[in-house]
Design a protein around this ligand. Sequence first.
Ligand code: VG1
Ligand code: CO
Length: 580
Amino acid sequence: FKVSRISTKPYDGQKPGTSGLRKKVKVFAQPHYLENFVQSTFNALTAEKIKGKTLVVSGDGRYYSEEAIQIIIKMSAANGVKRVWVGQNTLLSTPAVSAVIRERVGKDGSKASGAFILTASHNPGGPTEDFGIKYNMENGGPAPEGVTDKIYENTTTIKEYLTAEDLPDVDISKIGTTSFSGPDGEFEVEVFDSTDTYVKLMKSIFDFEAIKKLLACPKFTFCYDALHGVAGVYAKRIFVEELDANESSLLNCTPKKDFGGGHPDPNLTYAKELVQRMGLGKTNTEGELPEFGAAADGDADRNMILGKRFFVTPSDSVAIIAANAVEAIPYFSGGLKGVARSMPTSAALDVVAKALSLKFFEVPTGWKFFGNLMDAGLCSVCGEESFGTGSDHVREKDGIWAVLAWLSILALKNKDKLNGENLVTVEDIVRQHWATYGRHYYTRYDYENVDAGGAKELMAHLVNLQSDLSEVNKIVKGVNSTVANVKDADEFEYTDPVDGSVSKHQGIRYLFEDGSRLVFRLSGTGSEGATVRVYIEQYVNDSSKISRDSQEALKPLVDVALKLSKMQEFTGRSEPTVIT
Ligand code: VG1
Ligand code: CO
């Protein structure tokens, strides 16, 4: 093949958000749009990290992935990449990409030095919906801010990109290697099985035999909803083929380019079918309910954990996994190096860390901040309130890992009960945890797709208010006199303990005297308008008060949040789009 230099002009707005660049497909499909971003990434990484190297390119299989992969293959060839690794049919979950970068060894001993992940995660897919792309580094984690800033800067000045126009499209539906010869020698595209590396890694972490026994118990029924995302591929292989679960345990496990027209976002609003099956729907479900339910998002890095008629708040989930990891999961049997959570995630994990004397870190939203801690050996288990849970086995959050972690805990708690006694349920485990550590009532209100101007004004208003706490407390008491005083208010700022880099403006916080918190952020993953997220949390350590309905318990704080932010005034919304 020959290398062609194609002239181009910058596009506005190619700044990567919380997790890469996400835009409508029609934006990505504009001439040179994707090419500009990919070339800007190559230029940011510099030739040293690209020439002669192996790159992974794959994603959640959403609409436009096939076109994008062929474009990136041709550009990789022209930029001097030696090899491109592609998951069969473009499919690799985000955690599987991370695992492939870290673990996979090619026939000639080659290892990958990075990856383009093609996903817009939990955003809908299809011709009128979202596509996305992000770059992960040689440690398997998302590019740090230093690199994404450089990529963005390059997109604002780009004049040309390199591509191999005459390279034929590669058939990515068949496993195998295709070679081409170019000016720098051989260039290879290898299509490989999407699950092998990942499954091997999971088997090295968990006790599959113990989980198998649990799944074989007739009293234990299980249901997994992939929401038509890439998780389905891994669910079939792991839950059905490896762990012998019944095929009927799987819902929506065939990946679709448009996720069946839904939001591939595992929460109580969008995972409707699973929520219904677990008895949490608005209408009563007939018949036997499963003991355990879980769902994933489009790229399978998120997880929702449900028990029979019971929702596990993600902030509790990571705390419960951390509290049980050493006993339940062989990978952690030597102890945890430390734990971490994102700032808006509830402090349930903090309490566990304190009780177990573990190192603890609070980082900004988005997985890229956990990676440095893990690389430095400071963190084993971490999580976010946004249905993200994971560990240092990869450098991404991992939806299937979280389900296997919960199954491991359930297997441990029930190991002597599989022959007939009543099983310890998901709800039992959570209630037991609250009784031991206290409960963090938690809820998040999302106002999706509101006017971007109004959302900015709302945030500016909340920052302004912080300069006068007596005024804030007047508003608080005016809404509800039983709510504690605000003792501190700030914008969260993070100094990375490993490399000293500073991230500012990571969310507006109001901290109350009784430990309650209100946090406000604008989403960095949307593709249209703005999304305001409000995080509401209250800690209760009195065992007579830990069993309330969370919406009811948090009502006074919610009222305060809406009043302080003038939500309706700035956004025109009287109700959130999603409550979790
Ligand atoms: C959201 C979540 C954040 C998560 C990010 C990526 O970001 O709040 O916790 O890390 O999505 O998740 P934001 O900026 O919209 O709040 V995924 O599964 O979309 O890659
Ligand atoms: Co995701």
